[in-house]
Write a protein that binds this ligand. Structure first.
Ligand code: MV4
Length: 447
């Protein structure tokens, strides 16, 4: 087991990882920018190192400073959290070269999944169902037309270096194709310095369902069920749940089994998320994320397993603590992302939190790094906390969520809490009847 772990992140996820380290008896080091000297993660860690000025580029993304912080403090591993350096293959390689363990997959696996064409090719080879489309990059308009005619319109052009919704263009007929291809290609070149694009059948009303997987790096793979993350705005998830209201246990076991086997065959190590679009009872792979995700607590709630413990165990060579048959799905969990934003326009609302009171009671978890009197710096993302509620079934979970939202107080800034208080009263949400476009339509309707 590691003696000392350096946490290369901030906010609620830095605290989340700190808690797991404390439970495992591991010493903790955090890094922080000059804007975060009074942050909770700095107060709770055993040691802290200031790695630079407020902009992320110069602090939380500054690889040299973070490696230096490891050397100075004698940390033997780094947990990257999510965002920042969590999916940076070069960072994983540099740590390995310094004999510091990156708590995550190998640089090579991060690299494969970061290239969306290579990720899709790999998924297909491993037996994961993918969206019908081009076999790799599209070279010219002629090829695009041929593939589109084969799979049928509408189609979507995606940037290989994109992901998370950046650099996508839909073509509803052959007349749209030339412009879609050219725009997607030039936007990809400008944004990522890589203009490789690929083409897929465009799915009109899918759900976004993702499988939580884990590999032990030695040929074993397991799945921890799925999360439904369809409720999003501009590719930012707002509400996530486990299980998906759309799946039954047979469908879960089938897609889960496929994903667990793929992870085993890949020799993958650590936590991963395999993202699918789900429409008319079929799964279509879109991307894989090679990190712990923001919404991992809903999976922890229904499985009772600490996913950060598992990450640390696997990275330190101790293997997974569970076999597939030990993983049971208990009840239902929902996570609401509390952002320092206007609840309708999602405009950031940094400032000082004058009063912060979190709900409690059975089945209620709040992961947050803020406190009464805390000033939210304007440099980072606006997530200030997550409310995760668990119940024996979805109805009980929703009752508890309504109650927990009533108790939650955040004064001094705008937050997304009022949006959630509206959503819990909505019949579609109560019925679990929504797709990836539902929230944006809902927000457009009542202004
Ligand atoms: C799609 C799609 C429809 N058809 N691919 C957006 C984010 C990126 N991860 C993939 N995305 C999409 N890919 C095909 N073939 C629709 C989306 C999409 C979406 C996906 C998941 C969650 C929210 C979304 C919102 C708009 C579009």
């Amino acid at each position: 087991m590691f003696q000392k772990v350096l946490i290369a992140n901030r906010g609620e996820i830095a605290l989340r990882v700190l808690r797991a380290c404390k439970e495992l008896g591991i010493q903790t080091v955090v890094v922080h920018s000059t804007a975060d000297s009074d942050a909770m993660h700095v107060r709770l860690a055993d040691e802290s190192v200031c790695v630079g000025p407020p902009p992320s580029r110069e602090s939380y993304l500054n690889i040299h400073q973070i490696v230096a912080a490891c050397e100075i403090t004698g940390a033997d591993a780094v947990h990257p959290g999510y965002g920042f350096l969590s999916e940076n293959a070069k960072f994983a390689d540099i740590l390995a070269a310094h004999n510091i363990t990156f708590i995550g997959p190998s640089g090579d696996h991060i690299r494969i999944m970061g290239d969306k064409i290579e990720a899709k090719r790999t998924a297909k080879r491993l037996g994961i169902p993918v969206v019908p489309g081009s076999d790799g990059a599209i070279s010219d308009e002629k090829e695009a037309k041929r593939v589109a005619a084969e799979i049928g319109y509408p189609v979507i052009i995606k940037a290989s270096a994109g992901g998370g919704g950046r650099g996508m263009k839909v073509a509803r007929s052959e007349a749209d194709l030339e412009v879609a291809l050219q725009t997607a290609r030039s936007e990809a070149g400008a944004a990522f310095g890589d203009d490789a694009v690929y083409i897929e059948k465009f799915l009109e009303k899918p759900r976004h369902i993702e499988l939580q997987v884990f590999g032990d790096g030695a040929g074993r793979g397991v799945h921890f069920g799925e999360r439904d993350c369809s409720l999003q705005r501009r590719h930012q998830k707002v509400w996530e749940e486990a299980n998906s209201p759309a799946l039954n246990s047979e469908e879960r076991a089938r897609i889960g089994g496929i994903c667990a086997k793929a992870i085993a065959d890949l020799g993958y190590s650590g936590a991963g998320t395999i993202e699918f679009l789900y429409e008319n009872g079929e799964f279509y792979f879109i991307e894989m994320n090679t990190r712990l995700q923001v919404e991992h607590p809903v999976t922890e709630a229904i499985t009772g397993i600490d996913l950060v413990h598992e990450q640390i165990r696997v990275a330190s060579g101790g293997g997974l603590s569970v076999r597939q048959e030990d993983i049971k799905f208990n009840g239902h969990a929902i996570e609401c992302r509390i952002n320092a934003e206007d609840p309708r326009t999602f405009t950031p609302s940094p400032g000082t939190i004058t009063h912060f009171h979190t709900p409690g009671g059975l089945g209620v978890r709040v992961d947050s790094g803020v406190y009464s009197g805390y000033r939210i710096p304007p440099y980072y993302d606006s997530l200030i906390g997550k409310l995760i509620v668990h119940g024996r079934n979805r109805v009980e979970c929703m009752m508890r969520l309504r109650r927990a939202l009533d108790e939650f107080v955040v004064d001094g800034i705008k937050t997304t809490l009022p949006l959630f208080r509206d959503l819990v009263g909505n019949p579609d949400i109560a019925n679990g009847d929504y797709d990836i476009h539902w929230l944006e339509k809902y927000l457009a309707e009542d202004d």
